[in-house]
Design a protein around this ligand. Structure first.
Ligand SMILES: CC(C)(COP(=O)(O)OP(=O)(O)OC[C@H]1O[C@@H](n2cnc3c(N)ncnc32)[C@H](O)[C@@H]1OP(=O)(O)O)[C@@H](O)C(=O)NCCC(=O)NCCS
Length: 170
């Protein structure tokens, strides 16, 4: 399936009241039987159509258990725009940001959701069995190893290594 190029995905600031309202509205619209995820936690994205009308959303929080791991917590695309590759764009945006944050893993879960599972497969996620499963009994668990953007090493550490070499007589 081709990706819809006219869709724009933007990381959004939840302190903006209109953005916050849109995220809550889209959660209710796309996931009517799920509880509303607390948007004050983590990072959020909106997908906009060519008229800059919001048509999808996604969130990512840091994992409770692993400091270098992000959890893809919620996502949804309004029915009219499903099947255009928007969820994959939202996954890729979150992956890029996770790398910027220096995280090495992304995890997620799906339950009875072929579209969501297929989008994770398309983006390179693999099934795995967590040691402490957190979802429904028949949930599927997904993870992807990232290669985080290397941050420049601090001068202090570099100096330390130079000193070590000198002391070793190298
Ligand atoms: C799940 C959801 C986010 C997918 O969004 P989307 O933008 O329509 O997904 P994409 O177009 O990026 O397609 C993702 C993949 O799923 C496949 N897919 C789409 N609909 C499908 C369906 N009904 N059954 C099986 N596979 C499907 C696509 O073919 C694509 O796979 P491919 O890359 O191999 O072609 C969207 O259907 C949705 O909002 N559903 C309701 C809310 C929800 O379930 N959210 C996720 C749980 S938090």
């Amino acid at each position: 399936m081709g990706v819809n190029v006219s869709i724009k995905v933007r990381k959004v600031d939840v302190r903006d009241v209109d953005i916050a309202k849109t995220l809550v509205y889209l959660q209710k619209q796309c996931l009517p039987s799920d509880s509303i995820y607390d948007i004050k936690k983590g990072h959020w994205w909106l997908a906009y159509d060519e008229q800059m009308f919001p048509v999808g959303f996604a969130g990512m929080v840091r994992s409770y258990n692993f400091f270098d791991c992000g959890y893809l917590c919620r996502a949804g695309v309004v029915e009219k725009h499903q099947g255009k590759g928007i969820q994959k764009l939202l996954i890729k945006a979150r992956e890029r940001h996770a790398k910027k944050l220096g995280w090495n893993w992304l995890i997620s879960d799906t339950t009875d959701n072929p579209a969501s599972s297929n989008s994770l497969i398309s983006c390179g996620f693999k099934l795995y069995t967590p040691s402490s499963p957190w979802g429904f009994k028949h949930a599927l668990y997904w993870r992807k190893q990232l290669y985080a953007v290397q941050r420049p090493r601090s001068k202090k550490k570099k100096t330390g290594r130079v000193l070590e070499k000198i002391l070793r007589g190298e």
